[in-house]
Design a protein around this ligand. Structure first.
Ligand code: OAD
Length: 234
């Protein structure tokens, strides 16, 4: 049977690739004040601090490889397509590990770390290297406005119309490795239930939203996701 699956991933799917989560013990937001490094106000106050934070994250990403959870989701995409269905893969992650594992058309609702955006005109360009504070924007000429193409707190996530259209067209909604604490992504499960779509959570431990899901699978994503994908494609 053709099945349309909507998968939402969060930092937990990349944890076993060595990219830290945000809210776990030792997570990024336990080490840094997010208002300083992940808001437009923080960038206006101290752009050098913000660029240094994202340059360090870019350097971590350059050395990171996809784990079995990423590869399993790439297999799921191919497997569902071969059966006439589709996987809509929406991620809150700004890393590129889904793509490195072979997934295509990944919807990065919080942007992409290895892309640079002009804070003045919003032009974007692929750029995995350190953010160049002095460079003039090739599109508008503004100087000193280079920032990562990452959605900060107080900014609107990307592709929301496309995301809600895809959710509406789905038979199954699955959240993987997300704490369910950042909206609008944390509200997708409620939307899915309202649309009478089955829901499943895969996480290391119950998330803030756990009770909203029909099915719950707990353990490391690198183990649980491949087994779940195998079962779905069997
Ligand atoms: P969080 O750090 O809030 O949550 C990560 C979740 O993954 C937690 O529930 C962990 O228990 C779980 N987890 C950790 N290791 C895991 C593993 N090996 N296998 C499975 N699950 C595991 O990260 P997100 O929910 O992605 O936004 O955070 C959402 C947003 O908040 C991020 O996109 C980012 C952040 O601030 C922006 O930067 C705009």
């Amino acid at each position: 049977m053709a099945l349309n699956v909507f998968v939402l991933t969060g930092a937990g799917v990349s944890a076993e690739s060595g990219l830290g989560a945000f809210r776990d013990e030792g997570g990024v937001w336990t080490q840094y004040d997010l208002s300083e490094v992940a808001t437009p106000e923080g960038f206006a106050r101290d752009p050098a601090k913000v660029r240094a934070f994202y340059d360090a994250r870019r350097a971590n990403l350059a050395g990171a490889a996809p784990n079995p959870a990423h590869f399993a989701l790439a297999r799921l995409q191919a497997g569902l397509a071969a059966r006439g269905g589709r996987l809509f893969l929406c991620t809150q992650n700004v890393d590129d590990l889904h793509e490195k594992a072979g997934s295509t058309n990944v919807v990065h609702m919080h942007g992409e770390l290895a892309v640079t955006r002009c804070h003045a005109c919003e032009a974007t360009r692929p750029d995995p290297g350190p953010l160049d504070a002095g460079a003039a924007c090739a599109a508008c000429g503004a100087g000193g406005m280079a920032r990562p193409h990452v959605v900060w707190f107080g900014e609107v996530p990307l592709f929301m119309d496309e995301i809600f259209d895809a959710l509406e067209d789905s038979d199954l909604f699955v959240a993987i490795g997300t704490s369910g604490s950042v909206y609008p992504a944390a509200g997708f499960v409620t939307e899915a239930r309202r649309m009478r779509i089955r829901t499943c959570e895969i996480n290391l431990a119950p998330s803030d939203n756990a009770r909203a899901f029909d099915e719950r699978l707990y353990g490391p994503a690198g183990e649980v996701v491949p087994a779940w994908v195998e079962g779905l494609l069997a």
